[in-house]
Ligand binder design. Sequence first.
Ligand SMILES: [Zn+2]
Length: 391
Amino acid sequence: MLRPALIESLPDLPAPVLTIYLDTNRAKAVNRVLEPAYLISLGSQAKLMEGKLPPEDRESFREQVTRADAFLRIHPPRSKGVMIFAGPNSWKFVPLEAEIKDEVQWGTPDLAQLFWLLDEHKPYGIVIVNRKHAQFFVYWLGEMLEVEDKEFTLEPSKEKEMGPVARAGGVRVSRGTARDVFEHHVDAQYAHYYRQIAEDIQRWSDVEHFQSMFLLGLVEMVKAIQKELPQTLREKVMLVEGDLGWVSRAELHQRIGPIVAKHECERKAAVIDALLSDDRGLVVGIDETLARLQQGRIRNLVVVKGLDASLKRCGECLWVDRTIDPICPACGRERHTVTLHEVLPELARRYKVSVEVVSGEAGRKLQEMGGMGAWLREFDRKEYGEHLTFA
Ligand SMILES: [Zn+2]
């Protein structure tokens, strides 16, 4: 699984570096033959790229392409896609379980496609409980990683504390049979166990800021745990009923994948519906959204997957927009052509804006509004978009 530390380290890779994204999905027949499609694509994209490079960079570029090609031939990828960063003093090979578009770049590490993927696929926390233990997983970009496994053992009943006689108002009262007492003892321990899991979920959610979490287990267990969660968190935790404590890791992954995908789809549809139904505190369309974004006025942004546009960026103040003026009106410097696809993830990170990438039906609705939209910061979250669960 992708680690946040790895992602953070990528921008610091020393340039020039070769960046490669390849669709290596073996479900596609063209990727299972002797000369798989991804290797052919690497070759042809590298050739195109080389033609655009200054002559002095070409040998170094070819060296890294050869290195990546050789690696892929010796280690045929098992993942849906791969990302490679290769330079004279660096090498990162990152398998990805997501749909990847083939791409070859040279220069500074090209993180645009990765950032689009990260904005499209948010991490989710998954908690699976049964009578024996609670397992905590992170589900992210089609992969599942176990972060903790907490065992639960039922303590034997202690005769002194749990004896059949209890004090009530100073009078010794018999409270039933030994069996009742044992059941009471078990119930009390489970109640304690549920409270502990609820506390763990809360702590974990505070640290990771998950968009949503999933709590899977027998109905009485997940409901009992849900009751112990604070109200704000309860809305974020989806209950999934079923005894999954015994299934294999592979089967678990297979079962959880569609549940997460369905939820993600519904969550994004809700985001777009909110954008359509709100009438204040909103901006829509590429031009207005980009302008407000660079004024630092945007809180959350939604964009259609794959949206692109040709923009001009000032080399000095870095302001970007769609006007074709070759000179920046603010600082008089030259403006260069860039694409929305290249600069949007970077802009969002610079202005600390959370981005949702939507596709499907939600994407079609957003496309009708110009492909992009956002909520402004100055509008109170309480009034606008409170039902949204942006991180
Ligand atoms: Zn400027």
